[in-house]
Design a protein. Sequence first.
Length: 248
Amino acid sequence: MELRLSGRTALITGAGGGIGRAVAQALTAEGVRVALLDRDAEALRATAALCAGSLPLVADVTHEDAVADAVAHAVAELGALHTVICCAGISGPVGSGIEATSLAEWQAVFAVNVTSAFLVLRAALPALRDAPAASVVLVASDSAVVASPGMAPYCASKAALVQFGRALSVDLAGDDVRVTTVSPSVVDTPMSRGDLGDAAFAAPEFPVQTAEEVAAHVVYLASPRARAINGSGILSDFGYSARSGFPA
């Protein structure tokens, strides 16, 4: 399918690895020029080396001024901004109840998973409004609709991100800017391996998807081909959330 992306531009957060890197590569392959945001300069250079013509920008997406400067630089260099894809995310405490979770840990998860999207999109909105058929894709998680023990901050933040996207789609309904989400279950990324351990991926007892599979969903939603999809998105969880736990 021709996605009609060639010649367009995109800004990707969390581009230093995992899903963000896979999205950057997939968009570049479709002829999109990408600006890459990440706070890890070394990881960002590695992604940029894989994406011809990309613009690497080192920035902490939780810092308001750094985000504003990075977005302004991206728009100035790219000349236009058709798409923003927010992939930056952290797990935070895993396996801990809230009584063992500090306020700083809770706030850190929301800062990266939710507030960064607010900061980036607030800065990018003027450019998105100026671009034809603009799009926003937020990478959330199936944890927005189901919960695992000991991950309350992560689950709450991803649910907040999905609802932020839904609300933003309503606000931008008259501006030709679509907002969608992709909510995958377990993805084989360094972050997931850090949470679950490499052994969990050797012979997993649960279905695992690749970052490239998630990137394919993101690229489609970012494209003009998905023009009727707005305020919703893709839940890629192998059907697990559809299953009843009732023993019948």
